[in-house]
Design a protein around this ligand. Sequence first.
Ligand code: HEC
Length: 120
Amino acid sequence: MNFKNFISAFLFLSLLLNCSSGGDDTTEPTPDPDPTDGVTYDADIKSIMTSDCTSCHGSTPTQNAPMSLVTYAQVKANVDKIITRVNSSSNPMPPSPNSPLSQSEKNLIQQWKDDGLLEN
Ligand code: HEC
């Protein structure tokens, strides 16, 4: 075959292949798989601490709580323990009879850590 035919055949083939690929190369934006990304202390974490933790873990801890969870630095320094305890069923924080954090609150704290413990 001559060069022109070769090009046509090539174009025809690539068209075929392109069509048969069934639109895998769609350029539609994929929806954000995680709507909670960008979690920050100021926007998301502080309010959880204030409503569920600082009654004991206040700037002067009460009821035998061992530390304050009032500032960004304090919460950040304790994040691993916090994640362990809010997810613990045998030894949860807040302690009973307080109700545990909701699953979405627990997820937010974990996501905060995964996002790099941003302050704001
Ligand atoms: C009713 C009071 C009270 C509330 C509310 C409370 N805590 Fe505590 N917390 C304590 C006490 C008392 C201890 C020490 C005894 C223990 O470890 O169980 C403690 C211990 C902890 C520890 C372990 C610290 C260490 O060094 O091992 C973490 C982490 C913690 N709390 C996080 C939290 C978080 C986060 C919240 C809110 C979601 C919370 N606490 C709510 C009283 C409280």
